[in-house]
Design a protein around this ligand. Structure first.
Ligand code: SAM
Length: 333
């Protein structure tokens, strides 16, 4: 049982760890093509610092770690990080979210290092649309990465798709047909106000309801029960046990069941994607007056304080909502 219980009774077991804010794509809903506001490199946690936080988190009650970014496979020590986390006493369940570009070469070493499963982000099956969304001509690398991941048994493979009005909003049925054929589990994510370019517009975002309507014209979907703390509402497809997920972060928030915390690559702990406040762990990790034990204790205390101060909801739909200063790429999605 997690000791990280907030004042609304939510128990926190899941830590999203951003390994870098750098990315090899420039998805329009995340980062403008000419983005240059990178985190300072000497602020990024090194492998040892990262492991100090992760060990303290696991001792405090974290049971699942998802490595993300930015693009986590750009981190040169990614295989070491996976291998060290997997070897921890009470090792947490370990997964990773990636754009897939480096997966063809890394799937095997990651699997051997102990990675259990992956999410790969892919919004379209069409090369031109992929270029329009990501500003890079790399769709073949994603397909090659997916093939390698499946070949080495890095499964189940989940695909994350964001639909954008006038770009790929007609592609939900084709993406689902493809995912079923390939044996991938597909989830659609509503576009959230977390982009560095500030292009998010509530009036034009593709809603969970629209995605469901679009799929329902092609598939017989019935809601799966027992959502638990999963952000995705799952639907059984055509009377089978295969499912498709729809994450209605904006129009159907699921904050009441949220069990997630987030660590940024520069060592800031956040209780929510949309937090305005952060807890500085880097400062503790680099305090020369503290022993290793004192650092571990202080980090654990800061996890508890962060959880205790967690708000009931992300507040996107409140009139007073303020978009966080950090974009998704610097928080870790
Ligand atoms: N680079 C990795 C990737 O592409 O999966 C991991 C980081 S990325 C920020 C994680 C996920 O966040 C991706 O599935 C991406 O589509 C999603 N994402 C990024 N910005 C988003 C936004 N504004 N709204 C909804 N999802 C977003």
């Amino acid at each position: 049982m997690s000791a990280l219980i907030d004042s609304y009774g939510r128990s926190h077991k899941d830590l999203r760890v951003s390994l870098t804010d750098k990315c090899s794509l420039r998805c329009v809903y995340c980062m403008p093509e000419d983005f240059s506001d990178w985190l300072k490199s000497d602020h990024l946690l090194d492998t040892n610092e990262l492991m100090s936080v992760i060990s303290a988190a696991v001792s405090a009650g974290i049971e699942e770690i998802r490595l993300t970014g930015g693009e986590p496979l750009l981190r040169v020590d990614i295989v070491d990080i996976v291998s060290i986390i997997s070897a921890l006493p009470n090792a947490p369940k370990l997964s990773l979210t990636t754009n897939g570009l480096r997966l063809a070469e890394l799937a095997k070493p990651l699997k051997e290092a102990g990675l259990e499963r992956i999410n790969v982000s892919l919004d379209t099956l069409d090369r031109d649309r992929f270029i329009r969304i990501t500003h890079r001509d790399r769709i073949d690398d994603v397909f090659a990465g997916l093939k390698s991941a499946r070949d080495v048994g890095l499964t189940p493979i989940k695909i994350n798709s964001v639909l954008l009005r006038g770009v790929n909003d007609d592609e939900a049925p084709a993406l689902l047909k493809w995912a079923i054929r390939e044996g991938f589990s597909l989830r659609f994510i509503e576009q959230m106000p977390l982009d560095a370019g500030g292009i998010w517009d509530r009036s034009t975002m593709v809603t969970a309801q629209e995605v469901l309507a679009s799929l329902s014209g092609h598939f017989d979907l019935s809601p799966a029960l027992n959502r638990g703390s999963s952000p995705a509402e799952e639907f059984y497809i055509n009377g089978t046990l295969e499912t498709v997920g729809i994450i209605g972060s904006v129009t159907q928030p699921f904050c009441g069941a949220c069990d997630r915390l987030r660590l940024t690559s520069d060592g800031q702990l956040r209780s929510c994607l949309f937090s305005i406040e952060e807890m500085d762990l880097r400062k503790v990790l680099r305090d020369p007056t503290l022993s290793r034990q004192e650092i571990a204790r202080e980090i654990s205390d800061r996890f508890s304080t962060t959880v205790a101060g967690k708000l009931p909801g992300h507040g996107i739909n409140d009139p007073s909502f303020i978009q966080p200063r950090r974009p998704m790429s610097a928080i870790g999605g």
